[in-house]
Design a protein around this ligand. Structure first.
Ligand SMILES: NC(=O)c1ccc[n+]([C@@H]2O[C@H](COP(=O)([O-])OP(=O)(O)OC[C@H]3O[C@@H](n4cnc5c(N)ncnc54)[C@H](O)[C@@H]3O)[C@@H](O)[C@H]2O)c1
Ligand SMILES: O=C(O)C(=O)CC1(C(=O)O)C=CC(O)C=C1
Length: 300
């Protein structure tokens, strides 16, 4: 019998949660040529059926014990609200040396849960966050190119075993991403600014407009600018509530700075202060143009 070829040095990979992120990891793992066994855990029997129909995994379960019993690599891609219970189940049922990683959007909150539930497995736990996503959710939302050319931040600690880190770095590279290591607190400050604040702004803008009495007319005339600014307000509301609450401190800091600056631009508009408006808009355009050029360069 020919030996099974396997990548990532793992023969049994388990993915807990097969929505946008977990489902994209699964699709990407197959695209990369993985020929070991890929097992999923989902919430209910309807999702088991859907996961198998979509061909996301070789086998799928509603109980985590069955999914992780033989796993040597476990990817956790569930919403923040489900994480504590999922980690507790993994601790109870996974092999002692299984490598565990996650995809959560805030990292200090995940590290705290790992310390509580995976205390004697911290060497094998590698906190992770792919900086890639869409406004869609669920089993049908994923696609196998989601991580191509994107960045994944890992926040290993002094406890993390080098072999576990290597394995998780290898996984994301196979999925087309580049990997950056960062301190969890720094990650949370950066993502509060670049991801969590924009979601708070988009939700609040749409909610503000929706509450205006001319609602129908307002949305009828909303075009590209509104659509570009607010796409992410179609993201799962509960997921984003949990993300901003989990990263409360950094989100409040950057929100306070934004509110201060919003008040300044309001005064400038009220006072016909062209210099201040020119300054803000001009600096923003230059910074956005530079960011756009960098993005195009790294994509080509
Ligand atoms: N949406 C994004 O753009 C994005 C990007 C990067 C990281 N993330 C993070 O990735 C994680 C997953 O987000 P998503 O966007 O894939 O959400 P999603 O809702 O698309 O998928 C999550 C899946 O987990 C399942 N699930 C919930 N509890 C479970 C349990 N106990 N056992 C098994 N499955 C369970 C849900 O049924 C759902 O299908 C979150 O922590 C999120 O913060 C999201
Ligand atoms: O493009 C989107 O829809 C996203 O929201 C992706 C996005 C982001 O804010 O950039 C969302 C959450 C993450 O944890 C990482 C990426």
């Amino acid at each position: 019998m020919s030996e099974k070829k396997h990548i990532f040095n793992a023969k049994h990979v388990a993915i807990i949660g097969l929505g946008l992120i977990g489902g994209s990891v699964a699709r990407g793992i197959y695209r990369a040529g993985f020929r070991g066994e890929l097992v999923g855990a989902v919430e209910n029997e309807a999702d088991v059926k859907r996961a198998l129909t979509l061909g996301l995994v070789d086998a799928c379960h509603t109980d985590i014990a069955s999914a992780v019993g033989q796993a040597d690599l476990i990817v956790v891609a569930v919403p923040p609200a489900a994480l504590a219970e999922v980690l507790a189940q993994i601790a109870a049922h996974a092999p002692r040396d299984a490598i565990i990683t996650d995809t959560g959007s805030s990292k200090q909150s995940v590290v705290a849960l790992a310390q509580a539930h995976l205390a004697d497995r911290l060497a094998y736990f590698v906190p992770g966050h792919p900086i890639a996503g869409t406004e869609n959710q669920g089993l049908d939302a994923g696609f196998n190119t989601l991580f191509d050319g994107r960045r994944v931040i890992l926040t290993p600690s002094q406890d993390t075993a080098a072999s576990a880190l290597d394995c998780v770095v290898g996984l994301w590279k196979e999925l087309g991403a580049s990997v950056i290591e960062m301190d969890a607190a720094h990650h949370d400050d950066v993502l509060a600014a670049t991801s969590h604040l924009p979601h708070v702004l988009a939700y609040t803008l749409v909610d503000t407009l929706a509450a205006l009495s001319e609602r129908q007319e307002i949305f009828a005339f909303a075009a590209g600018g509104f659509a570009d600014f607010t796409r992410i307000a179609s993201s799962d509301a509960r997921l984003w509530r949990d993300i901003v609450v989990a990263n409360r401190g950094p989100v409040l800091d950057v929100l306070d700075t934004y509110i201060e600056r919003l008040a300044r631009i309001r005064s400038a508009i009220a006072d016909d202060d062209h210099d201040t408006i020119d300054g803000v808009f001009g600096r923003a355009k230059a910074a956005r143009d530079e960011y756009g050029a960098d993005r195009r360069e790294s994509a080509s």
